[in-house]
Ligand binder design. Structure first.
Ligand code: MG
Ligand code: MG
Length: 264
């Protein structure tokens, strides 16, 4: 991708309001999903329940059928980084489960993810969740009109390194609007091989750090979807859809932060 070919579709205030409406429905779905995650539930059951919520709200689940993806959410357990396919797997005490959901309302997309503990988790797992969520919020805090996009990757990578974790580089965030994936790509690390545009008011992006306990390397399983860490150690993923505003950033999928420490 060359600089000249980068096609960023900036949104008007009115369009951002529509995206915020999509985002707030998705936020309410997540608030319900948090209550579903407990030992004994299958990932397929979580998926079918959240799909019903999305459709009952008059929205369309954007992942279902996307390049043939069979479900409404990507549900990724433990060493699974992203793109896990919901099914018969039963969540067990001590697992961590990443849930990534996209929906469309009135033609506008929202995309968000969080990784949740199943019952009591190890101290390392709890720290991974906290650090990954915090890295997303530090990235959001670094956004301002006139700054370059790379402040996001710098914020995520700096915190991950301080904590001796690694950042997945082969999967990145993205522009979002009437398409789920628009320009620009949004790396979670300092990347010198991708365009680094200046962020202007009206840019809307999905920021989605994926942080690993061990190696940053990932592989895709034979199902063609599920991405796992190469060393099969834990990984976590958080994502928000964020609009650049005159004075910073507006988190369109915002909901109360879930503190892992509080829950334990
Ligand atoms: Mg997502
Ligand atoms: Mg995304």
């Amino acid at each position: 991708m060359s600089w000249a070919k980068l096609k960023i579709r900036r949104k008007s205030a009115e369009q951002i309001d529509k995206m915020a409406a999509s985002g707030q429905i998705l936020a309410s779905v997540f608030m319900e999903v948090r209550g579903m995650v407990e030992p004994g539930i299958t990932t397929g059951e979580i998926d079918s329940r959240l799909e019903t919520m999305i459709r009952d709200a008059g929205c369309t689940p954007s992942f279902k059928g996307y390049h043939g993806f069979p479900a409404s959410a990507c549900i990724s357990v433990n060493e699974e980084v992203v793109h896990g396919i919901p099914g018969d797997r039963t969540l067990e005490e001590g697992d961590i489960v990443g849930i990534d959901i996209g929906l469309i309302k009135d033609g506008w997309h929202a995309d968000s993810a969080e990784t949740l503990p199943v019952g009591e988790v190890t101290g390392e797992a709890a720290r991974l969740l906290e650090v990954t969520e915090e890295s997303l919020w530090r990235a959001i805090g670094a956004i301002a009109p006139g700054r370059r996009l790379s402040v996001i990757g710098t914020a995520v990578e700096t915190l991950a390194r301080e904590e001796d974790f690694s950042v997945v580089e082969t999967l990145v965030g993205h522009g979002i609007g009437q398409q789920m994936h628009e320009d620009p790509q949004v790396p979670n690390y300092r990347c010198f091989s991708m365009p680094d545009p200046v962020m202007d008011e009206g840019l809307v992006i999905a920021i989605e750090p994926m942080i690993n306990v061990g190696t940053k390397r990932v592989v895709t399983l034979a199902d063609g979807w599920t991405v796992v860490t190469a060393d099969r150690k834990l990984s976590a993923h958080y994502e928000h859809t964020v609009a650049v505003t005159a004075d910073g950033a507006s988190v369109l999928t915002e909901r109360p932060r879930r503190s892992v420490r509080e829950a334990q």
